[in-house]
Design a protein around this ligand. Structure first.
Ligand SMILES: Cc1cc2nc3c(=O)[nH]c(=O)nc-3n(C[C@H](O)[C@H](O)[C@H](O)COP(=O)(O)OP(=O)(O)OC[C@H]3O[C@@H](n4cnc5c(N)ncnc54)[C@H](O)[C@@H]3O)c2cc1C
Length: 391
């Protein structure tokens, strides 16, 4: 029975960074990172967009081969296609997640963690032992690992959380179903991301165009099934793409779920922490989870290393992870969640008039502060939405 200090389940951004940071903080520990798919980073279920600052906390994107595109502008689109361009609104990147996730796992390996691909955790129990026993299927064989700490970084469908008795259920209204094509030969500004908000186009979510190069982009949308008119995410996407890019060539397709909820009430128990999507650590307003997952992974890795050194892996000790996360981003996510629900009461007609108000501000004067002030002055129905940020 392999005996390890830290067993990380899932080699997405949360898991790879958790393994990397645990090993970096305590090089004497045995750290194993499991990935059930045959390759880290594939298949990609993501639009691959990240902000510059969050990314740079972990890696330098300048000239990196895991970057597809540098982004400068953001274009918001109203339901009637009125555009609000935020030029030079801050740097962002469209990653190549196949390469990026592999890069993060390689960093963990360089630090000394063992990375196993095609290795799936299938069950976990304690049987009165202080360590967790995790069943791992690899190459048709099944091994039982004994681990002092298990980090569940196994994404939206997390089983580690459930096996450990944590409540990871997602309310139906907080689960977005997404569909996305890679489209070629489309006419877009390749330095900008496009976000279109409309109940008719993407009820409960939004539609996006994230360029991977000139004329090539991840084009997708997310919907909340409870709000749909009976169509599924792919049918909504097909209708949108048929209108926007009738000549676009589809060279990729993916589906996936995004949890637009808030961090689960408890992300830890004796000898277990969950990180990233597994703990619902996604920005509920944007649906962005990559850098959130990395930040949670870093906290989980550091907490695991310190707990094992202190010979205390109890829930009481690991609670420090939850508190640190809530202080770092979890509390902000609660505010974003309230705003998201307040915004859902606004209909397409309102969004169209809001876009027209904002587009009257001269492009060079379009700062977020000015947009916000103008929007509140002209559309007082937004005041309760803004108030949600503070209560
Ligand atoms: C369509 C779509 C578009 C998105 N676009 C963006 C975007 O543009 N920007 C952004 O920031 N976020 C985006 N997200 C969200 C983002 O992809 C996730 O938040 C992010 O990947 C979370 O990282 P993670 O490490 O928690 O989980 P994941 O990246 O899902 O990684 C979990 C890993 O665990 C593995 N695993 C699962 N179970 C087991 C097991 N039992 N044993 C071993 N391995 C296991 C999985 O194979 C997977 O590799 C998008 C999501 C979707 C679905």
């Amino acid at each position: 029975m392999p005996d390890v200090d830290v067993l990380v389940v899932g080699a997405g951004p949360a898991g790879a960074v958790a393994a990397w940071c645990a090993k970096q903080a305590a090089p004497e520990l045995d750290v194993v990172l499991l990935e059930r798919d045959r390759a880290v980073g594939a298949p990609v279920r993501c639009a691959e967009g990240v902000g510059d600052a969050g990314l740079r906390e972990f890696a330098n994107p300048d000239g990196a081969d895991w970057v597809s595109r540098r982004i400068r502008d953001v274009i918001f689109e109203a339901p009637d296609d009125t555009q609000v361009v935020l030029a030079n609104s801050g740097l962002g990147w469209i990653l190549d997640r196949t390469r990026f996730d592999a890069f993060l796992a390689a960093e963990a390996a360089r630090e000394g963690a063992q990375v196993l691909v095609g290795a799936e955790a299938t069950a976990m129990s304690r049987n009165g032992d202080a360590r967790w026993h995790v069943r791992v299927k690899e190459r048709g064989r099944e091994d039982l690992y004994r681990a002092r700490i298990v980090i569940g970084a196994d994404g939206v469908e997390t089983m580690v959380g459930r096996w450990a008795g944590l409540d990871t259920r997602v309310p139906a209204r907080d689960m977005e179903s997404c569909a996305q094509y890679v489209l070629q030969d489309i006419d877009i500004n390749a330095d900008a991301i496009y976000l279109q908000f409309s109940r008719a186009i993407a009820p409960g979510g939004y539609a996006w165009i994230f360029p991977k190069g000139v004329g090539v982009a991840n084009v997708g949308l997310g919907i909340v099934a409870l709000k749909s008119d009976g169509r599924n995410a792919r049918q909504y996407l097909d209708d949108w793409v048929a209108r926007r890019f009738p000549g676009g060539i589809r060279t990729g397709y993916t589906v996936g779920g995004v949890i637009v909820h808030t961090t689960i009430k408890q992300t830890y128990t004796d000898g277990v922490m969950v990180a990233g999507d597994a703990g619902h650590m996604i920005n509920p307003l944007s649906g962005g989870g990559i850098t959130n997952a990395m930040k949670a992974g870093r906290l989980a890795g550091h907490t695991a290393a310190a707990a094992i050194r202190a010979r205390d892996t109890s829930a009481r000790r690991l609670a420090a992870y939850h508190h640190a996360w809530m202080e770092l981003l979890g509390e902000d996510h609660l505010k974003y969640y309230r705003i998201k629900h307040a915004l859902e009461t606004m209909d397409d007609e309102f969004l169209n008039s809001l876009a027209r108000t904002v587009s009257k501000i001269a492009p060079e004067k379009r700062t977020l502060g000015r947009i916000f002030t103008q929007a509140l002055m002209r559309h007082p129905q937004l005041i309760p939405v803004a108030a949600r940020f503070f209560v």
